[in-house]
Design a protein around this ligand. Structure first.
Ligand code: GDP
Ligand code: IMO
Ligand code: MG
Length: 427
């Protein structure tokens, strides 16, 4: 038995979907534990290419229970569309389970996400516009509506009426927007309740029974460590915790039960949305990476900002999550580079800094200190053993390991399942 948490180690889009799909072969359950449909996880396997936003990436193995944990905020409309789309492509979704404690994204969350972003103007976070921040704020402020709350029609209507009235005041009086209609929302969400009822249950007891039976469990992270509300580049972060610690809260698994924590690192850095990105390449190299790797958001289609690997971030991420294994993805993207650079520290004014600063103004001023290594100029996408990788690629990998303080146990050299070099089993 093992419980493995799969964590985005940078700013998201590291390839978690590909890796969870790979690991899920041996899993009895795959659990999403944070975020919502701001996530976009790409899986390319013999069934085709899929972009999953809310359904766990273990769905392609009917044997594995796919659990949407209590820590996820669910837009029921998006979930139902995703299930319909999977079914239309003959993917069996009958093994899906939704935590009765998961909060729902309501229409005002999506409206407020957009209105708050507009009000921020120049300082906009660049959210995905999916209502994530407002939904998690309401959860913490004890104004949320959970999956279990929509199952009893009369109680749901009463809860909705109580929550909606102050939201309508905010919408009309602060933002000059039209109010939302109680009946329309009630009717819409009652239809969702009817369709989702069979899936909504006490997933925490289900997960703990699986643990008692000695099952293999994969905890599927969403977003990335640098988007964590506490430790990321605040306020340019998301509103839940993508960290390994978040996996416990978002699923109901004790920290003592997590055996392995796997950090997914892209061989370079990307970020979607606003906020500091110290190694960002605003030149032709950044554009080359974006085009070669097709770095456009899986959720919003926005171009991803690209830069060199940031080992200050990598080290910080290893510390925060306690990675027992690293997985390096998209190494093949760098195959044609003459040289590759790694940021080993930052210069801020006349100081050299080796830790990720909390202060956003300091972060904006960070100038990366680079080490430059020779490129390998060999196509790595067909390699299946580490011995088949060119010597300079191995040197790059070893240097990254030294700097971040964690060994890579899988090297990914393409988006397909089989384009993976497994050095040591992580499940
Ligand atoms: P996630 O959000 O972490 O699941 O990552 P995304 O799916 O948003 O973005 C990762 C992208 O990289 C997807 O298009 C994957 O198909 C692709 N991908 C994953 N691993 C590799 C790899 O090793 N090489 C290449 N070239 N693409 C990869
Ligand atoms: P996956 O799981 C990359 C970013 C948004 C924005 C910030 C806040 O695919 O790695 P939000 O809508 O969460 O309030 O936006 O977080 N963001 C992501 N960036 N990958 C993701 O998910 C992301 N989810 C949110 O672009 O900068
Ligand atoms: Mg993604």
């Amino acid at each position: 038995m093992s419980v493995v948490a799969v964590i985005g180690a940078q700013w998201g889009d590291e390839g978690k979907g590909k890796i969870v799909d790979l690991l899920a072969e041996k899993a009895d359950a795959v659990i999403r534990y944070s975020g919502g449909d701001n996530a976009g996880h790409t899986v390319i396997n013999p069934d085709g290419e899929f972009k999953l936003h809310i359904v766990p990436s273990g769905v392609f193995y009917p044997r594995a229970a796919c659990i949407i944990g209590n820590g996820v905020v669910i837009n029921p409309k998006v979930l139902l569309e995703e299930l319909d789309s999977l079914k239309s492509r003959r993917v069996d979704t009958s093994n899906l389970h939704i935590s009765d404690r998961a909060h729902l994204i309501m229409p005002w969350h999506i409206m407020l996400d957009r209105l708050e972003e507009e009000k921020r103007g120049q300082d906009a976070i660049g959210t995905t516009g999916k209502g994530i921040g407002p939904a998690f704020s309401d959860k913490t402020a004890r104004k949320g509506i959970r999956a279990c709350d929509i199952l009893d029609s009369a109680a749901f209507r009463a809860r909705l009426a109580g929550v909606l009235a102050p939201k309508n005041e905010i919408l009309t009086k602060i933002y000059n927007a039209a109010p939302l209609d109680l009946d329309a929302i009630f009717n819409e969400y009652s239809v969702y309740a009817g369709r989702l009822a069979p899936y909504i249950k006490d997933t925490t007891s289900m997960i703990n029974s699986l643990l008692e039976k000695g099952s293999n469990i994969v905890l599927e992270g969403a977003q990335g460590t640098m988007l964590d509300t506490d430790f990321g580049s605040y306020p340019f972060v998301t509103s839940s915790s993508p960290l390994a610690a978040g996996a416990c809260i978002g699923s109901g698994i004790s920290p003592r039960k997590i055996d392995r924590v796997v950090g997914i690192f892209k061989a370079y850095t990307t970020r979607v949305g606003g906020g500091p990105l110290p190694t960002e390449l605003k030149d032709s190299v950044g554009e080359y990476i974006r085009q070669r790797a097709h770095e456009f958001g899986a959720t919003t289609g926005r171009p991803r900002r690209c830069g060199w690997f940031d080992a200050v971030v990598g080290r910080y991420s290893t510390q925060l999550n306690g990675f027992t294994s690293g997985i390096l993805t998209r190494l093949d993207v760098l195959d044609e580079m003459e040289t590759v650079k790694i940021c080993v520290a930052y210069r801020i004014g006349n100081k050299t800094v080796e830790h990720f600063p909390a202060d956003i103004a300091a972060l904006e001023k960070c100038i990366p200190v680079y080490e430059e290594l020779p490129g390998w100029k060999v196509n790595t996408s067909e390699a299946r053993k580490s011995g088949e990788l060119p010597r300079n690629a191995l040197k790059y990998i070893r240097r990254l390991e030294q700097l971040i303080g964690c060994r890579f146990h899988i090297i990914s050299i393409g988006p397909r399942r089989e384009q993976s070099i497994v050095i040591k089993n992580v499940i």
